[in-house]
Design a protein around this ligand. Structure first.
Ligand code: ADP
Length: 397
């Protein structure tokens, strides 16, 4: 089957077009600066890159152009009707969705209802679904929510200790994100252990620009680090992760910062960028450390210490852990972060093999010593493939 996976953001549409089974990527691309005077569409088919520079007034025009490029000269399709399904990467499904779903009016209404929970992400996700339905009528569309995989958490894990009416009236609770990635790598981990996912306990560390961890017992999430929004938990590229919420009131009281400015600071100017004052990119942090930059060293130390604390917490939650997985940009590529995050955890069962850890990890691999009680795995994530495969499953019922 040929499946188009779409990730619709506020000013961009990213896409990947797959032939399944076999996970062959037929084309991939991104349309950027939608609604701005200078738009840009870049598509990759094999080694061939095509770039179109012109304004795209809205998401509908942008997706139209993508479909023209897929079907035009040098494209990969003779006609749009050859697309068997569209998979949408969606962010916030609230409590309404615990699995990928066929998109219908009800789903669209539910995403709309959850806008208040993800004001930056759900509106462009909605637009993506609406324009795809308009431009590809009759072709089944499936939505995969970032929050869905985490819906198996129990109230003890997802409730904040706030007055209960905020949960009842305002849906304030922990939802968790990166669910597509946590689901994909935890299943892969079970495959690598040669056991059914229903029988293994896994801690997954998704360390990209955003970062989160999940504790997964027998294929079901029991805890995760992100909360109502992706701000909570680990230190990230530009997000603070956990901090004392009273800091917000202190800043409101002691500085002239507005609530909007503080929100922006916590999401866009904190994390590695805030601490180092230089960059949100772990590669650059590591280079700066080599040059003796003290603030970069501190950013790295705070980042890894938070991961280590949560490995301890997730180990306690699971009681028994079979595998710990590192994935996403930093998790897959930074031996230094993996080593520092696991430092001192040998007695807890995590015994890293320094040589295996230092190797390149383009493919999934086990980087624990033979005597390590827990396997330590590096598994490249592929959220688009996961959504494409979910789309096929939903279509085939
Ligand atoms: P996104 O959340 O945007 O999908 P990615 O999963 O691609 O992010 O991760 C991006 C981050 O991965 C970059 O900010 C960079 O810090 C980190 N990264 C990529 N390659 C390396 C590397 N070789 N060493 C350390 N960090 C890396």
């Amino acid at each position: 089957m040929k499946i188009l996976v779409i990730n619709s953001g506020s000013s961009s549409i990213k896409y990947k077009f797959f032939a399944l089974p076999g996970r062959k990527v037929l084309a991939s691309g991104v349309c950027e600066k939608i609604g701005e005077p200078e738009g840009k569409l870049t598509q990759q088919v094999g080694d061939k890159k095509t770039t179109i520079e012109k304004p795209f007034a809205d998401h509908g025009k942008a997706l139209h152009e993508v479909l023209e490029l897929l079907t035009g000269d040098g494209g990969v399709l003779a006609d749009r009707s050859e697309i068997d399904g569209v998979g949408h990467r969606l962010v916030h499904g609230g409590e309404s969705f615990s699995a990928p779903v066929l998109i219908d009016e009800e789903v669209i209404a539910a995403v709309r209802e959850n806008i208040s929970l993800a004001p930056l992400h759900n509106p462009p996700n909605l637009l993506g679904m609406e324009v795809a339905r308009d431009l590809l009528p009759g072709i089944p569309q499936v939505g995969g929510f970032d929050t869905a995989f985490h819906q198996t958490m129990e109230p003890a894990a997802y409730l904040y200790a706030l007055p209960y009416e905020f949960y009842e009236n305002n849906k304030i609770r922990r939802y968790g994100f990166h669910g597509t990635s946590h689901a994909y790598v935890s299943r892969k981990a079970a495959e690598m252990l040669g056991r059914p996912a229903s029988e293994v306990n896994v801690i997954t560390c998704h360390l990209g620009n955003g970062a989160s961890m999940a504790a997964i017992r027998g294929g079901r999430v029991v805890d995760t680090t992100m909360g109502l929004t992706p701000l909570e938990g680990l230190v990230m590229g530009t997000r603070s992760g956990d901090f004392d919420p009273a800091i917000i009131f202190h800043l409101l009281d002691q500085t002239d910062k507005t609530p909007e400015a503080i929100n922006n600071m916590l999401n866009k100017k904190s994390g590695l960028l805030g601490l180092s004052g230089k960059t949100n990119d772990m590669r650059e942090i590591e280079m700066l450390i080599e040059q003796g930059n003290e603030r970069a060293r501190l950013a790295f130390a705070v980042y890894c210490r938070r991961i280590r604390k949560y490995i301890g917490a997730m180990t306690a939650v699971l009681e028994h852990v079979d595998a710990l997985v590192f994935t996403a940009g930093v998790g897959e590529n930074s031996p230094a972060v993996r080593a520092e995050s696991l430092r001192g955890l040998t007695e807890m069962g995590y015994d890293l093999d320094d040589e295996a850890n230092a190797g390149t990890c383009a493919e999934a691999g086990d980087i624990a010593t033979p005597k390590s009680r827990v396997r330590i795995l590096v598994i490249p994530t592929d959220e688009e493939v996961e959504i494409a495969e979910q789309t096929v499953q939903v279509i085939l019922g």
